[in-house]
Design a protein around this ligand. Structure first.
Ligand code: WTA
Length: 651
């Protein structure tokens, strides 16, 4: 059975591949394999593995295949049994200022009850459970409870709209949603359950049997007969639950992420390899001293960074960590720095967007706090510009902390490129080196390695050239897409979708996405997905979306739309139309995808074969002179767009 699944087998069919295809893949050396076996053996296995890697059917890897393991056991029971039960696991800081502490024993006790509550609801190994929650301890408990019984979680970021939630629940065929009445954001109780009700209305996701609702804000919520309060379910559940081992390749979670096409893809990670990657990189990149460190990663668990570096990596390594519910500016921009000082955080991991926001606000909000506990500062999600790096180093780190700029992706499961603290001199703006165990390449258009010399190298495409334990195992329900997206562009190599170059020292500089994926405040969005949301509106005939450079958020969404004159009726003026469409995108995808600007145009620049030339639109959106228009079918189109822009008729 594929992936060693339990009672709900996946319908994964392995696409037929020619002998030639498989022959392109490199196999890791025996030394590389023993390196990974050694890392995996730092985890507790219910049944030890004897085979490190089966790479006989690439790109379908099987790591530690004959071993059995339980992720929840590794994050909890192992520490409690090892005498660390009284150690603090979570220091929770709610946005309104409420706090809560969980020791490893307490976290285990709650997780056991939650696991039993899930079993009481009929959830069994292999079932999918959607989690749509604020950043509170129950979210971590829910994930660990799902993993504990071998079910598969699909966490959906709480900022995604009801529509986005619906399509993800539907695609995964989830049986249960775990959610909350609300969460605190920007000083207010923000409803969450409402979006779940909206997503499930008219029985649009028939696979859903129940909804478990955590009480966080005490808001009034309408409970239907499928809804059950989390606290009531846990109060009724038996307190003991023994974690059994699952096959190493048993699915641990699905996480939807944006690609180049309109539909987000469910990235599948499995248990043993993923946990090996997350825990190894967490202890290596952050130079972890698990007895004394206080760790804080500001990512939401709705993203891969929250999965690997809030839940699985840190807990598998038994650290004490801070979890904060709210935004960095609630009630003001002092909040994060107060938290670091209060809990004496020593390792801090955040995104460049946040750093740039604070740079703009000014160093006074940071300077008033005692941040002397900090020793390692991490950055993730987008390239960190050297100015932001320097500011992070000096203002936050007091010029004494190591900075780790970590490159990786939802698909890679864990950090791939990063300096290792104290082993190399760090360099502002460069993620530098592949971690031990990882082989990175940069290739040109034809797949030939770019040559790095004393002057550095040309820009090329970033590839990963050998399998690694936390690699994605597939795209949920779509093996062809898995092969096509990641393994076909450059035969035998994993194609990441990023541009990169080597500098004169052989260090790697990331140059951003080369496809239609954009990064807004570190959040990954697809231009195609936003375009399809826009054309779903009856006013819109055609849409083209680009990511335009933004000082704070790295990129911002700018949309060009052609309206359907016959549908406009008594629609308001262009400015109002822009407002309506921006809210429409928020409703369809979520506030993170809301365009900064919508430009109404009468034509879009297209090649003779009908392809929209986004490059030219990007020039317009970024206020540059428009580049070469010779391949356009109608070269007057760009002039018309430019003229319109300069007349100021934008949203
Ligand atoms: C980008 C986030 C430059 C990159 C962990 C990648 C980065 C995409 C960095 C994955 C970095 C992430 N420097 N770019 N340190 N880290 N990226 O799946 O374009 O949300 O392909 O995973 O973020 O985004 P994802």
């Amino acid at each position: 059975m594929p992936f060693g699944l339990g009672p709900t087998p996946l319908t994964y069919k392995i696409a037929p591949m020619s002998d030639n295809f498989a022959a392109n893949f490199e196999s890791p050396s025996p030394e590389r394999l023993s390196f990974w076996a050694e890392q995996a053996n730092q985890l507790a296995w219910h049944k030890p593995f004897t085979k490190t890697l089966d790479w006989s059917n690439p790109p379908f890897a099987k790591w530690f295949e004959d071993g059995q393991i339980n992720a929840s056991y590794n994050c909890l029971d192992r520490h409690v049994l090892g005498g660390k039960g009284d150690k603090t696991a979570i220091l929770f800081e709610g946005e309104p200022g409420d706090t809560q502490t969980y020791t490893y024993s307490e976290l285990l006790a709650e997780t056991k009850k939650a696991a039993n509550a899930l079993l009481d609801l009929g959830i069994v190994a292999g079932d999918r459970v959607a989690i749509y929650m604020p950043m509170i301890p129950e979210t971590v408990i829910a994930m660990l409870a799902v993993a504990r019984i071998g079910a598969v979680h699909s966490v959906v970021f709480g900022g995604f709209s009801a529509d986005s939630l619906r399509s993800r629940i539907f695609d995964a065929g989830a049986k249960l949603v775990i959610t909350a009445d609300g969460g605190f954001r920007k000083g207010k109780a923000h409803p969450i359950k409402e979006a779940v009700d909206h997503a499930l209305q008219d029985n649009s996701c028939p696979s859903i049997e129940h909804i478990l609702v955590v009480q966080r804000t005490n808001s009034d919520v309408a409970l239907s007969d499928k809804d059950i309060w989390w606290h009531e379910a846990l109060a009724k559940a038996a307190p003991e639950h023994e974690a059994v081992g699952f096959d190493s390749e048993h699915p641990l979670f699905i996480l939807y992420t944006s690609g180049t096409t309109g539909k987000p893809k469910g990235i599948l990670h499995t248990t043993g390899g993923y946990l090996t990657g997350a825990s190894y990189t967490h202890r290596t990149v952050f130079d972890l001293k698990s007895e004394t460190d206080v760790y804080w990663c500001t990512a939401d668990v709705g993203w891969i960074t929250g999965h690997s570096y809030v839940v699985y990596g840190p807990l598998a390594n038994g650290v004490t960590q801070v979890i904060y519910e709210g935004t960095p500016d609630s009630p003001n921009f002092e909040r994060w720095w107060e938290i670091i000082a209060k809990y004496k955080v020593s390792i801090f991991y955040t995104a460049p967007t946040a750093i740039r926001t604070f740079m703009k606000v000014g160093r006074a909000v940071v300077d008033g706090h005692n941040l002397s506990s900090l020793r390692i500062l991490g950055s993730v999600g987008e390239p960190i510009n050297p100015e932001a790096w320097q500011w992070y180093h000096e203002v936050v780190g007091g010029s004494k902390c190591e900075i780790v700029d970590t490159w990786w992706q939802t698909e890679t499961g864990s950090i791939m490129i990063s300096p290792v603290p104290h082993t190399m001199k760090t360099k502002p703006g460069s993620a530098q080196r592949a971690l031990p165990g990882i082989t990175i390449g940069i290739v040109d258009e034809n797949g030939s390695p770019v040559i790095s010399s004393a002057e550095g190298s040309e820009a090329g495409y970033l590839t990963i050239d050998q399998p690694w334990p936390s690699m994605l195992r597939g795209v949920w329900g779509d093996p062809e897409r898995f092969i096509e997206t990641y393994w076909s562009r450059f035969p035998g190599k994993y194609f990441a979708g990023d541009g990169a170059r080597f500098d004169e020292d052989g260090d790697i500089w990331l140059l951003g996405r080369i496809d239609d994926v954009i990064k807004v405040s570190g959040h990954r969005l697809s231009t195609a997905e936003i375009e399809s949301a826009l054309v779903e509106h009856h006013w819109v005939a055609e849409a083209a979306v680009v990511g335009a450079k933004d000082e704070i958020t790295e990129q911002a969404v700018v949309a060009f739309v052609i309206l359907r004159q016959d549908e406009l009726g008594d629609a308001p003026n262009e400015e109002e139309i822009g407002k309506v469409l921006r809210s429409w995108v928020t409703e369809k995808i979520g506030a993170i995808a809301r365009p900064r600007q919508i430009m109404v145009v009468s034509e879009l620049p297209k090649t003779r074969s009908g392809k929209i030339m986004r490059r030219l639109l990007k020039d317009v959106a970024e206020g540059r002179p428009v580049g070469d228009t010779t391949t356009l079918a109608d070269s007057s189109v760009m002039k018309a767009i430019n003229d319109k822009l300069h007349n100021g008729a934008t949203d």
